[in-house]
Design a protein around this ligand. Structure first.
Ligand code: HEC
Ligand code: HEC
Length: 294
């Protein structure tokens, strides 16, 4: 799709939202193309993990940039300071839940997995992961619920519930700084392909694919929002707009709704496949959870 067609669609998007947005902050796709030469000027000296070379052969990017890079200074600083980062309220809750007995088996996560700092190190970076018993990949949420049901005889946690967000954030934190490293060959290959297909399929009334925004137009502005490459390494993420932490699948839903497409459900095979494909294309970027976004 050429630029004017893309801008035309965004103009439609803008028109539908214009009533809600005060005209002052609106600047629609105004910045020039992402300038790789100048981009490095903005890289902070104290964080070296924001930009990495792609490690997959089929990567569409010359460099991978974490979503952190595209956020405003204040938002970046919130993420950098664990005491300021509101996501850490969920980390604390997750840590408490880790050793809380629940369910008919009278067990907590710690009963089997002991010290999360040791046993969960690196686990979050490998999710979603193939599960031999289920004969399918499980996201971190699905793996946790499998343990709750089968190993604790406890009820499932809802996808976007506070306990689930707290636990996924707590577990992902144990991989912070480690490169995203999911398996994408063997039985996972078909899922990567399924996710890739969804990623490039245009949907919704605006007839856009994920790639139209996050691949062809990152570095530009949609209204007041600076478009990133749409990676998953920072999730769960604390969004200032949500005033709380949210899952990756919540973000997917938001992006699909914005282009007026019918969004898939959290935990659906479509979203699991998209999650797998995003992790695949973002391999090498470091886990940042809990990240902070606007
Ligand atoms: C109309 C343009 C548009 C389309 C199409 C779109 N998104 Fe987004 N997306 C955004 C904007 C704007 C944001 C917030 C700023 C940013 O990180 O790019 C965002 C954010 C994200 C993020 C969070 C990135 C981060 O670091 O926090 C992910 C992940 C994402 N999108 C995935 C997707 C997926 C998957 C699709 C396709 C189903 C999609 N997006 C389609 C505009 C779009
Ligand atoms: C009765 C023991 C038991 C309890 C209690 C339990 N688990 Fe598990 N969990 C297991 C076993 C066994 C595995 C490994 C399964 C496998 O290797 O396929 C596992 C695997 C996992 C994994 C994937 C690890 C990896 O390396 O991929 C995660 C994440 C996990 N459990 C989280 C939890 C959480 C969170 C809780 C508490 C809500 C919990 N588990 C409670 C036994 C338990």
């Amino acid at each position: 799709m050429n630029f004017s067609a893309f801008n035309g669609r965004l103009a439609t998007l803008y028109t539908t939202c214009a009533i809600l947005i005060s005209a002052g902050i609106v600047s629609l796709v105004s910045a020039p193309l992402f300038d790789h030469a100048k981009a490095d000027d903005n890289l902070p000296a104290d964080i070296t993990t924001i930009k990495v070379k792609p490690s997959t052969a089929d990567s569409p990017f010359k460099d991978l940039y974490s979503g952190w890079y595209f956020r405003a200074k204040e938002t970046q600083n919130l993420q950098k300071d664990d005491f300021e980062n509101p996501g850490f309220l969920w980390v604390e809750k997750g840590q408490e839940l880790w050793s809380k007995v629940d369910g008919k088996a009278g067990k907590s996560c710690a009963s089997c997995h002991q010290d999360a700092q040791k046993t969960m190190k690196g686990v979050g970076a490998q999710m979603p992961k193939w599960d031999e018993k289920a004969k399918r990949p499980l996201t971190l949420e699905q793996r946790i619920n499998t343990c709750r049901q089968e190993n604790m005889q406890a009820d499932e946690w809802k996808w976007e519930s506070d306990p689930m967000l707290s636990m996924t954030t707590f577990i992902r934190l144990q991989s912070r700084g480690m490169p995203v490293n999911i398996q994408s060959d063997g039985p996972m290959e078909a899922w990567v392909e399924k996710g890739k297909k969804l990623y490039y399929t245009r949907v919704g009334q605006l007839d856009l694919s994920c790639a139209n925004c996050h691949e062809n137009n990152y570095g530009k502005y949609i209204r007041a929002d600076h478009l990133s490459q749409g990676h998953s390494n920072g999730f769960p993420t604390y969004r200032l707009k949500w005033q709380k932490l949210g899952s990756l699948h919540r973000r997917f839903k938001g992006c699909m709704t914005n282009i007026r497409a019918t969004a898939y459900k959290r935990g659906s095979d479509e979203f699991v496949a998209l999650e797998i494909y995003l992790a695949h294309r973002g391999k090498g970027l470091q886990v940042e959870s809990p990240s902070v976004r606007n």
